[in-house]
Design a protein around this ligand. Structure first.
Ligand code: AMP
Length: 285
């Protein structure tokens, strides 16, 4: 696996790959790699000749109260994991090169970025779309893979790709979970033992709603109740939101039809870790 830090070197390398008619597959991450990230690499390898993963803890997508400084950065372990999973090139740029002192350009998707995650984390998605666009302009991928785990992020990026006519195909890959249902996340490492024991309830609530839907329940209110009943039994976390929304507009639905996203964010009481999860009913994202 080749590790590249320099932006210009990465661009030249990718332009050469394109000239040689190689199909470039790309997985952007913030590192602290787990099996969820590695599954994206696996997916991208099936759709490309050369797989590129980036590791960049993007400061512009953290709001001031968040864990930017504490965010785990186990770079050497990440390199081993990426290489074992068959990653061809790891792009690991320096923050000062991505955002030099006089940096002043941002890209913002409208409307859907103000909801769910965007409602409590203003400017988060501007940080996400800005870094994704910059990385696309450095890596020139034919295909990029994002996880359904961050469903709104994937939808926002898809919207930017469409609205700005970016020549990249997007794949949204399924959420990888622990055997007890907890969605893998780099932030799971912050949980106390008690929080970790209780955290699978986050998915249990979603799963109960999914079962009720499979049995024919189409009322958003009733599905919401399935979830909140489980969350009210938790002693170590509280739901910040449970949203049942149209999977494209992210507008709330009352009676389910078409593709529906049920997205949740929960805050743990001790570590203050914020975990998100979701399911999609009536189709795929
Ligand atoms: P992050 O490093 O958190 O920015 O995530 C990088 C990519 O990995 C994003 O596309 C995430 O949606 C995806 N991802 C994170 N956790 C999981 C998971 N448990 N399963 C699948 N993909 C994931």
């Amino acid at each position: 696996m080749k590790i590249v830090r320099d932006i210009q070197e990465m661009q030249n390398l990718c332009l050469d790959l394109r000239s040689a008619k190689k199909r470039i597959g790309f997985v952007p991450t913030m590192g602290a790699l787990h099996k969820g990230h590695l599954s994206l690499l696996n997916t991208v390898r099936q759709h490309s000749d050369v797989s590129i993963m980036s590791i960049f803890v993007n400061p512009t997508q953290f709001v001031p109260s968040e864990d930017l400084k504490e965010y785990p950065r186990p770079f050497e372990k990440d390199c081993e994991k990426a290489e074992d999973q068959g990653c061809d090139i790891l792009f690991y740029p320096d923050t000062g090169d991505i955002y030099p002192d006089n940096y002043m350009t941002y890209v913002t998707v409208g409307n859907i970025t103000g909801k769910l995650e965007g409602a409590s984390r203003p400017e988060h998605f501007t940080g996400v779309t800005t870094i994704v666009l910059k990385l696309v302009n450095i890596v020139f991928p034919h295909v990029a893979v994002f996880g359904q785990k961050d469903a709104q992020q994937a939808l926002v990026v898809r919207r930017m790709v469409k609205d700005l006519n970016l020549p990249v195909e997007l794949i949204i890959a399924p959420t990888i979970r622990e055997t007890d249902g907890l969605a893998l996340s780099s932030r799971n490492s912050y949980l106390t033992a008690e929080e970790r024991t209780e955290a699978p309830l986050i998915y249990k609530g979603l799963n109960n709603a999914q079962q009720a839907y499979a049995e024919g329940e189409l009322s958003a209110e009733k599905l919401l109740k399935e979830i909140t009943t489980v969350y009210e039994s938790a002693t170590h976390f509280k739901a910040e939101y449970v949203a049942i929304v149209d999977a494209e507009s992210l507008n709330a639905v009352e009676t389910l039809f078409g593709k529906t996203l049920i997205a949740v964010a929960c805050r743990m009481d001790r570590s203050q870790t914020r975990l998100i999860d979701n399911i999609v009913l009536g189709g795929m994202l």
